[in-house]
Design a binder for this molecule. Sequence first.
Ligand code: AMP
Ligand code: MG
Length: 420
Amino acid sequence: MTSPGLPLWGSLTDYDPNSLSVEQARQIIRRFLHPVAERETVALRDALRRTLATDIASPMNVPPQDNSAMDGYAIRLEDLSGNTTKFKVAGHSFAGHPYAGTVAHGECVRIMTGALIPDGCDCVVMQEHVDLDGDSIVIRADHQHRAGQNIRRAGEDMQQGAIVLSSGQPIRPAEMGLLASLGFAEIEVYRKLRVALFSTGDELQQPGSPLAAGQIYDSNRYSLLGLLSELNTEILDMGNIPDNLSLLKNTLLDAASHADVIITSGGVSVGEADYIKQLLAEIGEVVFWKIAMKPGRPLAYGKIGSCHFFGLPGNPVAVMVTFQQFVRDALQILMGQHPAPALTLPAICTSPIRKLPGRTEFQRGILTQDMQGNLHVRTTGEQGSGILSSMSRANCFIVLPIEQGNVEAGATVKIQMLPT
Ligand code: AMP
Ligand code: MG
């Protein structure tokens, strides 16, 4: 399982591990990601946020047959002329209860939304456009009618045999409904990704226990538990591990033997008790980076055997930023998905921002929309990487590119929405 030897970057000659751009770091991580292969069958009702492992060809037309888009009357359009506007109501077609007979010339069928179009009929006239006259209707002359009007055609949503979902598709509520509309009660998905998680730091205490002098609560593990739960991973929560070389080593080896991915926080800077880099080099292979970004400068990526390792910084905001910028996509790829790059939107920055060129910054922002629909963004205020309340107040990142200097109020900046 452990495979010391050539470091991962032995084959990568095109980067400097001490000053990577955000985009370079993303691309390098991508080179090492191979999706899980194992599949399992799950009930559709349990499939939310799983990843489809096969293409889905529609086994049928949806809708299965032509049906009415309106409450009204089904007619043969050829019967309607200037002289003939009166039709005898021959019967009815309700959703789930089709009209069994054949519609003769001069007849119509009372029809409700979703009900089958009776044989011979090719037009549905809205009930608002007719007057009742005993057991007949009179179609008023104030509207034009055409063949196919108010009819939903068989297969207009999905045609039999068409590929309607592709392997790698995450199952969201829309896909739950879509698969149900095709009659699937169970589907094949990739197995869940197993992610081991632990915090490092002698100063960390668990929520629920009193703090001794010098202690702080272990908040990172909870932010990460939330982020990982949203991706529907199988989480191995290994708690908080003190800054102790042999404890950390045993924990890493244990995690690597059970998980596809290990995520840690803390211990990746260059302080005296920051052992993670040293340990990774010893028991695995490490690409240890200083990324030209703020917050989140130290970020370790590497492998222990076949297990991926992400060593996130200790600062609480940096943990969330680096997860969003690197780890989320990587996990989605490992889960078999094909994540699109995060969307960025232009917004007018209403407050000035101080920034030095040289690093990409992910400032926490509050995006609002004015009456004209224009997007305005302001920072959440103090941007220190320990100010976790900024992540809670923010609804977006203000992404300031590496070469950007100070931003004046009124300038246009790019924002990236945070998941809600
Ligand atoms: P480190 O990278 O271990 O030097 O940690 C950097 C900063 O983040 C220090 O101020 C730590 O106390 C803080 N920190 C590290 N881990 C956590 C955690 N799990 N929860 C909250 N703060 C943390
Ligand atoms: Mg630490």
